[in-house]
Design a protein around this ligand. Structure first.
Ligand SMILES: [Zn+2]
Length: 340
């Protein structure tokens, strides 16, 4: 008997998967970008389904307001302010120890996204912003890797498969992302736990179809509103002059629109990353900062409190400064205390 049958019997008995499909799933590598409500739901389903290697990338840490919908986290993760990717992987390894699961604690940028795609068969979008989705679209179309868009707000959700070379891509749907700040976000409009669970379930099922070779056509946009019980799907056609999937011009990957300082929407916080590629010696920095105020170290980043601000400082210099939305104030604090 195939040794996979014991763990995955219910999935292998499903005619669309079978033994051959499970073998394909078990030898696949996927990358989940974002580990919030969509990412935790997706990671749980992909890990339980036995995808051979699951990589999860996220830049953020767990907060109490996440627990309402981000299914892999608990209060102890909040108390320790653990990075989401690390906290999720810790739980996931206890669910399935037969597969490889990796956490990547990074901000996904034009500089690093292509190296993250090496060896990856499929990308699942679980981000919370359009800028990153356009970056994913560029990188995946360029490298011919299928990716699955997912988005939620309030009680509504939307998803679309992008199969490079076959279906419409995100730029076929809309050439440019909406202006920053012009779109409602979960921070301003709220979100019900059911909406990301449904979007993630559609994405996870589409992912299994792609991995077993039961290719969905792609380019089908599914939209629903759980509050009004409305479910719709639309076919998105390839744009004959699409910059990305027809002309092969990847402007988002070229770095346009990326920035090293930006305000984190609705969070009263600013994120700064040093533009040179320094890495910090956190133990050294911890000694220095301890003389100036309380510092805690959770093994992933330092948290330093000064005046009414809180600085979360990561080894790659990325620093989340809580207590201000003013980028000038944040730059001053960064220069003074992180100083790279
Ligand atoms: Zn396109």
């Amino acid at each position: 008997m195939n040794p996979l049958f014991k763990r995955y019997s219910r999935q292998m008995l499903f005619s669309g998967i079978g033994e051959d499909g499970q073998n394909r799933i078990s030898s696949a590598t996927i990358l989940i970008i974002g580990c919030g409500a969509l990412g935790t739901n997706l990671a749980s389903q992909m890990v339980r389904a036995g995808v051979g290697t699951v990589k999860i990338v996220d830049r953020d840490y767990v907060e109490i307001s996440n627990l309402q919908r981000q299914v892999l986290f608990d209060e102890s993760d909040v108390d320790q302010q653990l990075p989401k990717a690390a906290a999720a992987v810790d739980k996931l390894k206890r669910i399935n120890s037969d597969i490889r699961i990796e956490s990547l604690i990074f901000d996904v940028t034009a500089k690093n996204i292509e190296s993250m795609l090496s060896g990856v068969d499929l990308v699942l979008d679980a981000t919370d912003n359009m800028e990153t989705r356009y970056l994913i679209n560029d990188a995946c179309v360029k490298h011919g890797i299928p990716w699955i868009y997912g988005g939620v707000i309030g009680a509504t959700g939307m998803t679309m498969d992008v199969i490079p070379g076959k279906s419409a891509c995100l730029q076929c749907l809309s050439e440019t992302p909406p202006a920053a700040g012009s779109m409602p976000t979960c921070e301003t409009e709220g979100v019900l736990g059911g909406a990301p669970a449904v979007v993630a379930s559609i994405q996870a099922t589409e992912a299994l179809k792609i991995l077993v070779g039961h290719h969905p056509a792609g380019g089908e946009l599914i939209h629903f509103d759980l509050w009004e019980n409305e479910f719709n799907r639309f076919h998105v056609h390839r744009r004959p002059d699409c910059q990305a999937c027809v002309k092969g011009q990847f402007s988002f990957l070229a770095g346009s629109g990326s920035t090293d300082v930006f305000s984190l929407c609705g969070r009263n916080a600013v994120q700064i990353t040093s533009s040179d590629e320094n890495r910090l010696d956190l133990q050294d920095l911890k000694k220095r900062l301890t003389r100036l105020g309380p510092v805690t170290d959770n093994g992933f980043f330092l948290t330093f409190k000064v005046d009414s601000y809180e600085l979360m400082i990561f080894p790659d210099t990325r620093t989340i400064i809580k207590g201000t939305t003013d980028e000038t104030v944040a730059r001053d604090l960064f220069a003074k205390y992180v100083g790279t």
